[in-house]
Design a protein around this ligand. Structure first.
Ligand code: ATP
Ligand code: MG
Length: 374
């Protein structure tokens, strides 16, 4: 089957790598250059978007900030999955919060802000500290402010006001209670048109400066997994979701609060390439192409380490058993997601030992989440 992915980054590339042997021919639309390209070679494969839409069986996306005219053309073709409502919820925190409320999925207390009055109201109804997030276009912790004390309120509001003045009129701010979480976890699942769902085990995620650095999947914790799956099912059913959906949670003493959803394959699911029976990229393609889903079971404890802003790694890493490097073929830029490392162990203890070996070989200032293994 022929699949067009909106967005031509590493997620489209990994869908292509996973899907090609299974018989999914993946091409990708680069929204910046307006070209339809092969996701790995980046050479043009169709004259334009219209001819690609005509030619493919299914259209899907690797990101949620899709220009609305392009999303409309793709939805109007009747080939786009998941439904554009899911993409909109992933791309606008106001729609996302409304969705979480209607799906009865626990989330941090919030208030939508347009002006100073709303800002002051948010402080009084939610209390401090507050996290303020741009409603549109936020990713990797960008477009966020923290308000810790009333004394900072004028300065923070000044920054937000400048930001809003420079943004398009639809931009807004969602203020959120600062959650004192014990850890962050995420659930990746795939749902097909028949409403069948395959859930991956929860990944524990370590973020540094708002960016994912390390994901760990060592075992299934039944009570937490059940909570996450229940919320996932409610959200996915509410959207009649088809494809892979990721949900990020805060774990507060064993109770999960949804942080956000991503209507696509997700960085915290990259571990599944080596740690799960079927990886998230193959399962996304299976789901949107209306095929039976693959088993999402954990086959061995696995960790994923993001490579940010680096295009070389010590070769000695390759001597570590069950370690795999995935480069994205991108030009080096500070902080850019350049690739990731997956490493597995036959036991949690063996995985920890391998992470300790990795931590010794890498420059820890570039991989700060590995400091715990030194
Ligand atoms: P991405 O899409 O790359 O996951 P994002 O820009 O959409 O990132 P969020 O996931 O909302 O941002 O936030 C980034 C990180 O900031 C979270 O993973 C978490 O560590 C922290 N954070 C966000 N919201 C809160 C909150 N309400 N309380 C405490 N910490 C938070
Ligand atoms: Mg996030």
């Amino acid at each position: 089957m022929n699949v067009l992915v909106l967005g031509a980054g590493q997620l489209a590339r990994m869908m292509c790598l996973a899907g090609t042997p299974v018989g999914f021919n993946v091409c990708a639309f680069d929204v910046r250059s307006n070209k339809v390209v092969h996701p790995i070679t980046l050479t043009s494969v169709h004259d334009n978007l219209a001819s690609a839409i005509e030619h493919v069986d299914v259209i899907t996306a690797e990101f949620e900030h899709i220009p609305s005219d392009i999303l409309k053309i793709c939805s109007d073709s009747g080939k786009f999955l998941p439904a554009s409502q899911a993409i909109k919820a992933g791309g606008d925190r106001r729609i996302e919060k409304a969705l979480l409320e209607s799906a009865n999925a626990a989330n941090a207390k919030f208030h939508v802000i347009q002006d100073r009055q709303d800002f002051d109201k948010a402080i009084s109804i939610i209390g401090l500290p507050l996290v303020l997030k741009s409603a549109l276009e936020g990713y990797d912790g960008k477009g966020q402010w923290r308000l810790k004390s009333q004394q900072q309120a004028d300065d923070v509001w000044q920054d937000i006001q400048t930001f809003l003045a420079e943004s398009r009129p639809e931009q807004g701010i969602v203020s959120e209670q600062f959650v004192q979480f014990d850890r962050e976890v995420s659930l990746i699942g795939a749902r097909n048109a028949r409403g069948e769902i395959q859930y991956y085990p929860l990944a524990e995620n370590v973020h540094v400066d708002g960016v994912l650095s390390l994901s760990l999947v060592t075992k299934v914790e039944p009570a937490l997994q059940q909570q996450a799956e229940d919320m996932f099912a409610r959200i996915a059913n509410e959207l009649d979701y088809i494809g892979v959906l990721a949900i990020e949670f805060f774990d507060v003493n064993g109770t999960l609060l949804v942080n956000e959803i991503a209507p696509r394959v997700h960085n915290s699911g990259h571990w599944s390439q080596q740690g799960a029976d079927t990886c998230q990229f193959e399962n996304h393609l299976r789901a949107v192409c209306n095929k039976p889903l693959g088993n999402a079971n954990l086959i061995r404890p696995t960790a994923m380490i993001n490579i940010l802003g680096e295009d070389q790694l010590p070769e000695a890493l390759l001597q570590i058993p069950s370690l795999h490097i995935h480069w994205y073929g991108k030009d080096k830029r500070a902080g850019r997601k350049m690739g990731h490392i997956n490493v597995c162990g036959e036991s949690e203890q063996q995985l920890t030992q391998r992470l300790q070996q990795i931590a010794k070989l890498l420059d820890i200032s570039k991989f700060p989440a590995l400091e715990r293994y030194l």
